[in-house]
Design a protein around this ligand. Structure first.
Ligand code: UT7
Length: 321
């Protein structure tokens, strides 16, 4: 028994912010951002919230998979940027979908979150505990961004992606996942809920702070190692992998990972040029785009790999049906 993705969906806010607009806020340029990150535009919430985007992506994934919400046994939302703390975002999705039989909880693992949500649902489904699961990554990183810090505000965007999974016959591939809390200082964000008033909302201390170079070096070393280890653990050769779907953080990171793995860049799809880094939503949005435009098809083996704050990282193999 294993878990099989049978439907995907995504949602991106309609407001699109391009690099030139960022250049009106901080000292930077379209050219610098494109060259150093690959990002050209990002979608930014106006009326949307993390909850509303999660609900929309989930609705689209259920429709795509032809799954009734009442069949869902499990809903996991990966987010670090929800507009609510209680109830959890997954319970709000349950309410919106009327998924009355589902057990719901949120996960907080930043940019590794969708991979960990996938692994968690996979464990439940392959273990025979649940039959149908919905996993979602939804992020409003614009709310956590210091729009005066050119080292970070150029990178991030908002959006949500979702996948529906069913238990079914097939091989369960074992993931490789790692955490290194000792290096957590490289990427931090303090909770805004530790103070009794809201004066701190404009305080950079309560926005994302990042040692960009440290995170970059960590990603290009650890992600290829985790992918190699995952392939080895499951007896899968690189030639069998059609796509490596990496967390969409920076095109230079994706290129460096491809080089270290000795795999052609064509196997590493990217959509960060349009969305920026949407943390735990990025892999889910890309999966959905690739399913819709036909790049994903039955029989393909796909690697998904996440990395980010924690530090956390990991890779999983998905056999596409
Ligand atoms: O989801 C996972 C989380 N995050 C990541 O994956 C991010 C990983 N890191 C990165 O993507 C890159 O480190 C950044 C894109 C954040 C920065 O690129 P970099 O090539 O590492 O630049 P840098 O920090 O080494 O800065 C190089 C120069 C500096 O100027 P000096 O000291 O050489 O004069 C910076 O002050 O570029 C300057 N700089 C900028 N210039 C124009 C930094 N940010 C900008 C900017 N526009 N936005």
């Amino acid at each position: 028994m294993t878990g099989i993705i049978c439907g995907t969906g995504s949602y991106a806010p309609s407001y699109v912010m391009d690099n030139n607009e960022i250049a009106t806020m901080v000292e930077t340029s379209d050219e610098w951002i494109r060259e150093r990150t690959g990002v050209v535009t990002r979608h930014i919430i106006k009326d949307e919230t993390t909850v509303s985007m999660a609900c929309e992506a989930a609705t689209r994934a259920l429709a795509d998979g032809d799954v009734d919400a009442r069949e869902l046994d499990l809903i996991i939302v990966s987010t670090i940027s929800s507009n609510i703390i209680l109830p959890c975002t997954a319970c709000e999705v349950q309410k919106e979908l009327d998924a009355e039989h589902a057990t719901c909880f949120d996960m907080s693992a930043a940019c590794s979150g969708f991979v960990l949500a996938y692994n968690t649902a996979l464990a439940y489904l392959s273990g025979g505990i649940y039959k149908t699961a919905l996993i979602i990554g939804s992020e409003s990183l614009s709310n956590l961004t210091n729009w005066k810090d050119r080292g970070t505000c150029i990178l991030f965007g908002d959006g949500a992606g979702a996948a529906v999974m069913r238990a079914g016959e097939g091989k369960t591939y074992f993931p490789v996942t790692c955490s290194d809390g000792m290096k957590g200082n490289a990427l931090t964000c303090q909770s805004r809920h530790t103070l009794a008033d809201t004066r701190h909302m404009a305080d950079p201390e309560y926005s994302i702070q990042m040692d960009g170079q440290a995170v970059f070096k960590f990603a290009v070393k650890k992600v290829p190692e985790a992918i190699d280890e995952t392939l080895k653990k499951n007896g899968v050769k690189k030639e069998e992998i059609t796509w490596y779907i990496l967390h969409q953080a920076n095109s230079r990171i994706v290129e460096a990972v491809a080089k270290r793995l000795g795999e052609p860049l064509e196997k590493f799809p990217m959509n960060l040029q349009e969305y920026g880094n949407t943390s735990s939503a990025s892999i889910a949005i890309l999966l959905d785009e690739m399913k819709r435009d036909g790049r994903l098809s039955g029989g393909q083996k796909v690697v998904i790999a996440g990395f980010g704050a924690g530090l956390t990282w990991g890779a999983s193999i998905i056999e596409w049906r």
